[in-house]
Design a protein. Structure first.
Length: 278
């Protein structure tokens, strides 16, 4: 397994340029056994106080950050590490067994890439992960996500499956109540319009999991909730916690979106202040 160049294991602390909050990859406190959702919310409180932005503004800031010299792979490593910390914290908050399995549903783009990083980081914390990549080609469709898919190959505590068939995704409905947590990393800032298969079936898996009492963590936005308008399509994920990045998103403040997102965390990922300026 090729390690990520941005996975830090030294004691150097790096900070978000806007808030001076330690970035997830250099903040070991976010994985401490006592870290629950309340603790993590407090850790990232200043990030959540920044001015909200639309999905298009977030995509622009991400692109400008890369042009300014922050690699996309580094942003993904920070985001995925934050997702892993939030997943572990949610399991602590809901009393899920440390030996229970995390089911991580990943789309083929960079939102799914965040989920792939999260699987690796959770495995490093001793959490077993079942990773389902929804891709008709069998691999992610962005270079950064593809590299993180490859890094899961042969990794202890991680079982990865790639499929473009809704019938395969539906198999995960059986025994879903035994999962420790479900992570929705299907669609992020680019979500709009009606869902197509196999994403529709994956959303059904998440809905059934939550009905069975399994905590649900959404990455960026609950799948099928528009991050700019807050409007959902049908079916839609209802999360216990949603983790978004860099700044709050306008859509998640809408009335319906608030109900679907649950508690919202805003994690720092190191986007330069200059990248926010159009």
């Amino acid at each position: 397994m090729e390690p990520s160049a941005y996975h830090r294991d030294d004691m150097t602390t790096t900070f978000d340029p806007a808030t001076r909050i330690p970035l997830p990859t250099s903040d070991p406190t976010i994985f401490e056994p006592a870290t629950d959702i309340d603790v993590l919310t407090g850790r990232w409180r200043e990030q959540a106080r920044l001015e909200p932005m639309t999905a298009a503004e977030m995509r622009g800031a991400d692109a400008r950050a890369q042009r300014l010299g922050t690699p996309g792979e580094q942003l993904m490593e920070e985001a995925g590490t934050a997702v892993a910390a939030a997943a572990k914290a949610l399991m602590v908050s809901t009393g899920r067994s440390a030996n229970s399995l995390a089911l991580i549903l990943c789309g083929p783009g960079n939102n799914g890439g965040d989920g792939l990083v999260a699987a690796r980081r959770l495995a490093e914390q001793g959490v077993g992960c079942e990773v389902v990549l929804l891709s008709s080609s069998g691999v992610p469709n962005t270079p950064d996500a593809a590299r993180n898919w490859d890094r899961l190959d042969g990794l202890e505590l991680v079982n990865r499956v790639s499929t473009g068939r809704d019938s395969v995704v539906a198999l995960y409905l059986s025994g879903i109540e035994r999962a420790g947590i479900v992570v929705d990393a299907l669609l992020g800032t680019g979500v709009s319009g009606l869902l197509r298969e196999p994403v529709r079936t994956a959303v059904d898996v998440v809905v059934r999991a939550r009905e069975a009492g399994v905590p649900v963590l959404a990455v960026d936005t609950p799948t099928a909730v528009d991050l700019t308008t807050g409007e959902p399509s049908d079916p839609v994920v209802r999360a216990d916690v949603t983790i978004t990045f860099h700044r709050p998103k306008e859509g998640l403040s809408a009335r319906i979106a608030k109900l679907l997102a649950g508690r919202v965390l805003v994690a720092p990922i190191g986007i330069p202040v200059e990248a926010d300026r159009v």
